[in-house]
Write a protein that binds this ligand. Structure first.
Ligand SMILES: [Zn+2]
Length: 153
């Protein structure tokens, strides 16, 4: 399976088609534009922020298309929806679907902790505690979301 690239390089049309096909998603010009914009964005944009970005390239794309495309990307596993760190704020979207840690700043900005450090943090969570939690609650754990909070110094 071709994994989405987490680089600043835009994906080629062929790479996009392969990624979409691997995830069972039909390729359309609008879906390509939305996914390309989300991948290029290293922040975690809301649907409206993403719409502004996509419209700078394709002014005719509708709000419904943006929202429907984001839903389709989340459903097929090409993007993740993150709840807003500020109460009442809009959901944010992340093209980085690998397990990684988020750093939430006081202004509501959500940054990715670099993958090597994310891995160190996630690996440090004791497996025995996760097993104890699963045994005690009867809930099968599927993953870990860790959100750190901080402010710029
Ligand atoms: Zn992220």
């Amino acid at each position: 399976m071709t994994e989405p690239a987490q680089t600043a390089q835009p994906l080629s049309a062929q790479e996009l088609r392969t990624i979409f096909a691997d995830h069972g998603l039909r390729t359309t010009r609008q879906r390509e534009a939305v996914y390309q914009a989300l991948c290029a964005c290293h922040s975690h944009p809301s649907a409206d922020e993403l719409m502004a970005l996509v419209r700078s390239i394709d002014p005719d794309i509708s709000q419904a298309t943006i929202y429907n495309t984001l839903e389709a990307l989340v459903e097929c596993g090409l993007a993740k929806r993150i709840p807003s760190p500020t109460s009442g704020g809009a959901c944010m979207y992340d093209a980085n679907t690998g397990e990684h840690v988020h750093l939430v700043l006081d202004d509501g900005q959500v940054m990715d902790v670099p993958m090597d450090l994310s891995k160190k943090i996630l690996d440090a969570v004791p497996k025995s505690v996760l097993e104890e939690l699963a045994a005690r609650t009867g809930i099968e754990l599927r993953g870990i979301n860790i959100e750190l909070v901080g402010q710029r110094t």
